[in-house]
Design a protein around this ligand. Structure first.
Ligand code: PHE
Ligand code: FE
Length: 282
């Protein structure tokens, strides 16, 4: 496959780690299960153990309920085993990739209910923090909510919308929405604020920070606002957007975005930490 342009997560300042010569034209590759060492499985086990202990009171109940569907906690799951359950639950499947992939192939996979999962795992010294998504972020962070029917349909619709956005030159705006929902979204639940975004759910520090810290600002999700807002890829977020329930996310994004893209194109972007006149943080 050709080179890689990690656009969805913003431009990384170093070349991606994965070996893209393993990938086919659609950027997918078989999970190289035999390549995992015992140390790799141990890294996964320790990440899973720590992260799952942090979830109560911070993670969305939708996520907590779905997490056991991932399967193995003590080793990196085989993608095929996850898929047996996932296909039955929502018709989604996960496919291996060497790392971040360009936006159009990414959108095409999502539009076909295929979620790309990086197959390699971070090194032990990256236990606390890794710049690129690895198998722990992709599996633990993203895959449980693919078992949820509302999110399952939302992410497919996002993929279809992405293909359209690519034709309209609007990928950047749409990627910001992905960032502030699928990656860093917060949701109101019975017990209070909770996280449903994968970037939060797979981070030990940001989970508590995003939900409890008085530092960041939290705003009700607005498409226009999220699509204009720049984001940080190398620090905790300064702004989080909150939804009332998953159905709200689905309903908000149901309309055709083309008029919105046209309207937003003439508006300035908003800094990651800006509060606009008239806005009140939650
Ligand atoms: N409705 C959007 C469009 O017409 C597509 C979309 C769906 C985007 C779901 C995000 C999430 O472009
Ligand atoms: Fe992610």
């Amino acid at each position: 496959a050709p080179g890689v342009a990690p656009v969805v997560y913003g431009q990384a300042d170093r070349p991606p780690r994965g070996d893209y010569s393993r990938a086919s034209d659609d950027y997918t590759c078989a999970q190289d299960y035999d390549a995992y060492t015992e140390a790799d499985h141990d890294t996964y086990r320790r990440l899973y153990e720590r992260q799952s202990a942090l979830l109560p009171g911070l993670a969305s109940q939708h996520f907590i309920d779905a997490l056991p569907s991932l399967g193995a906690k003590d080793r990196i799951p085989r993608f095929e085993e996850v898929n047996e359950r996932l296909r039955r639950a929502t018709g989604w499947e996960i496919v291996g990739v060497p790392g971040l992939i360009p936006e159009v192939p990414f959108f095409s996979l999502l539009a076909n209910r295929k979620f790309p999962v990086t197959d390699w795992i971070r090194k032990p010294e990256e236990f606390e923090y890794i710049v690129e998504p690895d198998v722990f972020h992709d599996l633990f962070g993203h895959v449980p909510l693919l078992f949820n029917p509302v999110i399952a349909d939302y992410i497919q619709a996002y993929g279809q919308g992405g293909l359209k956005a690519a034709e309209l030159g609007a990928c950047e705006m749409l990627s910001r929405l992905y960032w502030y929902t699928i990656e860093f979204g917060l949701i109101r639940e019975q017990g209070g604020l909770r996280a449903y975004g994968a970037g939060i759910l797979s981070s030990s520090g940001e989970l508590n920070y995003s939900v409890r810290s008085p530092e960041p600002q939290r705003l009700p999700l607005s498409l226009e606002r999220a699509m204009r807002t720049l984001y940080k890829i190398d620090s905790y977020q300064h702004t989080y957007f909150v939804i009332d329930d998953l159905q709200q996310l689905f309903d908000l994004t149901a309309a055709d975005f083309e008029p919105l893209y046209r309207q937003l194109r003439d508006q300035p972007t908003v800094a990651a930490d800006a509060l606009l006149p008239g806005e009140v943080a939650l």
